[in-house]
Design a binder for this molecule. Structure first.
Ligand code: SAM
Length: 282
């Protein structure tokens, strides 16, 4: 017997084999499935022989649907929330529903599964220790370039979703803002027949995509390598030793200032180094 809750259920991003047994069981057991697009979800349900009642939930009827869901939960029934693909709320609707259902005091249970950008990060070979999910970029080139400009110095891997209509234009804007040498990965049609994951410097990547229009088709995740942090190049072994001694006695800023006087290395460089050392020690 399923505990009464709103279940947020991830569905496949292409390959139906990625539907988890728990997702199927949950969609079978709930009283109602709230879906972004009921016709789209009806095909998924048919494939898995699920005959649970579907209701649509989108921007325009959200408020009313929240009332319906609350009503179901009050009567002890369960409801599932799904989107067209992957995990609901990730560049998909559902945030307001989840927020309001929690506010009303009911349990919200995630049934995890596919997320396109996680699949892309797991296979593209770009750094994954830290990343920033940016979702979709602005549609217009001028706004897009402005937006990218603000991310130009970001050290973490940048993650974007992109449509086939804009993939080439977006990569071209990235080349203009980040430079042609920046390493970027495109992950296309993940889990589907024409899955392609390619990482290269922007100039080469764009040339490759321009040469084969098939590479501009389908759904895309774009990953952009972050800017390498400056590793304080001028600081030699002696200045590091001096800094270490001073850091044991003084606050970071004073230690850096004094070490700069003693070694002739820039204070800013030593200050940065001191912060890095502190972070390593923590
Ligand atoms: N909720 C989804 C998730 O968990 O990833 C994302 C939904 S968002 C509306 C759709 C976008 O996700 C597409 O435009 C594309 O950028 C990306 N996407 C979804 N499926 C994909 C796939 N199979 N391969 C590459 N990108 C995909």
């Amino acid at each position: 017997m399923l505990e009464s809750a709103l279940y947020v259920v991830a569905t496949p991003i292409g390959n139906l084999e990625d539907m988890s047994p728990r997702a199927v069981e949950t969609l079978k057991a709930v009283a109602v499935i709230a879906a972004e697009d009921t016709r789209h979800t009806a095909r998924l349900l048919a494939h898995f022989n699920i005959d649970t009642r579907l209701i649509s939930v989108h921007e325009h009827n959200e408020r009313q649907r929240i009332d319906t869901i609350v009503h179901q939960l009050e009567s002890g029934a369960s409801v599932a929330l799904v989107s067209d693909a992957g995990t609901p709320l990730i560049s998909d609707p559902g945030y307001v529903v989840v927020r309001e259902i929690r506010k009303a005091g009911f349990r919200v249970v995630p049934i995890p599964g596919c997320v396109a950008f996680v699949a892309a990060l797991s296979a593209a070979g770009l750094p994954t220790d830290r990343f920033v999910f940016e979702g979709f970029l602005p549609a217009k080139s001028s706004a897009r370039k402005q937006y990218l400009q603000n991310l130009a110095a970001e050290p973490r891997t940048l993650v974007f979703y992109e449509s086939p209509h804009r993939i080439l234009a977006s990569l071209q804007d990235m080349r203009q803002v980040f430079g042609g040498e920046r390493v970027v990965a495109v992950a296309r049609e993940l889990t589907k027949t024409y899955e392609t994951i390619r990482a290269d410097q922007l100039t080469e990547l764009i040339a490759w995509m321009e040469a084969d229009s098939n590479q501009q088709r389908g759904e895309f995740v774009v990953l952009v390598q972050g800017v390498a942090k400056e590793k304080s190049p001028e600081a030699d072994q002696r200045s590091i030793e001096v800094l270490d001694i001073l850091l044991a006695e003084l606050p970071v800023s004073q230690a850096a200032a004094l070490a700069a006087k003693l070694t002739g290395i820039k204070k800013k460089t030593l200050y940065q180094l001191a912060l890095e050392k502190q972070a390593e020690d923590e």
